[in-house]
Design a binder for this molecule. Sequence first.
Ligand code: ZN
Length: 98
Amino acid sequence: MMTPRRMRTHDPERNAAEYVSGEMGGRRVRRWFNAHLLECEDCWREVLLGRLGRRLATDIREVAPSSLRDRVRAVIAVESRDAVERPRRRGLRRGRRQ
Ligand SMILES: [Zn+2]
């Protein structure tokens, strides 16, 4: 089967990731990949792994208790606040003083 021009470089991992996430561009490319999946064991395996990974990620998200979610949110809030403040503090120390 011919490979569409946009997909001359066959990369099962990347192609499957785009396919599973719905980011595979163009109807022709998607149609080609649908047919290609039936012939290419590498791509088929990558699509199965990609779907399994997405399902596991969804399951994990669903069973996380709300207390854990709150703790994760608190850590992210502190980390992102520090990430914003640290460079500014460093900038002041090194910055021009009168
Ligand atoms: Zn393939």
